[in-house]
Design a protein around this ligand. Structure first.
Ligand code: ATP
Ligand code: MG
Length: 356
């Protein structure tokens, strides 16, 4: 198949890790007979430095015309001045909005070889494999807000709203993903207290009954979910939730594997390209030192193949190669515990070698 892939290397370790992921995608194209065209575009701090804009129009145009986007990371201390007119992160928020990316997917998969770096006991987490769907463009983060009064009476508010349409589209997307996995979906809300959660629950239940009767479906309150993630994470397959709860729960869950350097994410809309990236930041403290773990970005490239290009076999090939690298004891410094310690490029090369 032919695909146009936009690369947004960004700042800090972004360029190093995106380079490694690109090598992997190029090898996949050769192995499976695909034609991937890459175009590298500017975003973030480096873009502010070069043209005064964290998201130039040329980048937006290239992204919109692409089939999928692979992002490194944006930001760093150089651009952290709070009085600055534009910040690197503004580029990321704007591209998500421009592309209508309403669903944020975060897989929490524990590679068996790294289970012992988790803060939790092996018998609790071994085999954990959860796919979170966090609603990204609605809810309280985009609610009406304001302040009134003064002194001790000064009051601030922020409203939370969800429409039927917003709930339907993300529940559908999550249910379709569940069908490709263990066929189980859990919706997380706070319907005992919040009205938007009651609409969420009612809508999700209807979509599941009408369109996905074959998918095993249940509902959990967000406070209970926070506990379940720590004491029985293996019980979940696909989890769908709103913006605020998703923000908190996915950060909680990202600690289960015990390493930031291994976790990818995807942001998807109803049509058009998806945006794929590692969940970690630009790690300016280790940039340019061959210390960055490229595996989260390489796994993001696997998600890109699976979700934007429907290339399941190719995505599996990358994930298996990563598992084999770990099984062979190869580790970047952030995940080193015992194992052989290698650098960023060597890690990319090790995955490349194991791709079949
Ligand atoms: P942001 O604010 O951009 O989300 P952050 O400042 O919260 O990011 P990161 O940039 O993710 O955090 O870095 C947190 C710590 O984890 C740093 O010490 C960094 O060096 C380390 N780190 C992050 N990503 C990686 C990686 N891919 N490989 C190795 N170490 C990493
Ligand atoms: Mg930071």
């Amino acid at each position: 198949m032919k695909a146009n892939i936009v690369l947004l290397p960004g700042d800090g370790i972004g360029p190093e890790i995106v380079t490694q992921a690109q090598r992997i995608l190029e090898k996949i194209a050769t192995l499976f007979g695909h034609d991937f065209a890459f175009s590298s575009q500017m975003i973030g701090g480096i873009s502010i430095d070069q043209c005064g804009d964290p998201l130039p129009q040329a980048t937006i145009d290239a992204c919109k015309a692409s089939d999928a986007i692979l992002l490194g990371a944006v930001g760093g201390p150089k651009w952290d001045d709070p009085s600055a007119k534009t910040r690197p992160e503004a580029g990321l928020l704007k591209i998500r909005k421009e592309l209508g990316l309403f669903a944020n997917l975060r897989p929490i998969r524990l590679f068996d070889q790294l289970v012992d770096s988790s803060p939790l006991k092996r018998e609790i987490i071994e085999g954990t494999d959860i796919l979170f769907f966090r609603e990204l463009t609605g809810g309280i983060y985009f609610g009406e807000s304001g302040r009134s009064g003064s002194g001790p009476d000064e009051t601030a508010f922020q409203s939370m709203a969800y429409s039927v349409r917003e709930v339907e589209r993300i529940v559908r997307m999550a249910a379709l993903a569940a069908r490709q996995r263990d066929n189980r979906l859990t919706s997380v809300d706070k319907a005992n207290v919040l009205e938007p959660s009651r609409l969420w629950r009612q809508t999700a239940a209807r979509v599941m009954a009408e369109e996905f009767p074959d998918v095993q479906y249940d509902v959990v309150l967000v406070d209970a979910m926070a506990m379940h993630l720590i004491n029985r994470p293996r019980d979940f397959d696909v989890v769908v939730t709103g913006n605020l709860f998703g923000d908190i729960l996915t950060d909680e869950a990202s600690m289960l594997p015990g390493s930031l350097g291994m976790l990818p994410s995807a942001s998807l809309g109803s049509d058009g390209p998806g945006l794929y990236e590692p969940i970690h930041g630009s790690a300016p403290d280790i940039a340019g030192q061959e210390l960055a773990n490229p595996l989260a970005t390489i796994l993001a490239a696997a998600m890109l193949l699976r979700h934007s290009l429907s290339l399941t076999e190719e995505a599996n090939a990358i994930e298996n190669a990563v598992a084999n690298v770990l099984a062979d004891g190869l580790r970047t410094k952030d995940i080193a515990r015992g194992g052989k310690h290698i650098g960023t490029q060597e890690m990319g090369a090790a995955v490349l070698e194991r791709l079949v």
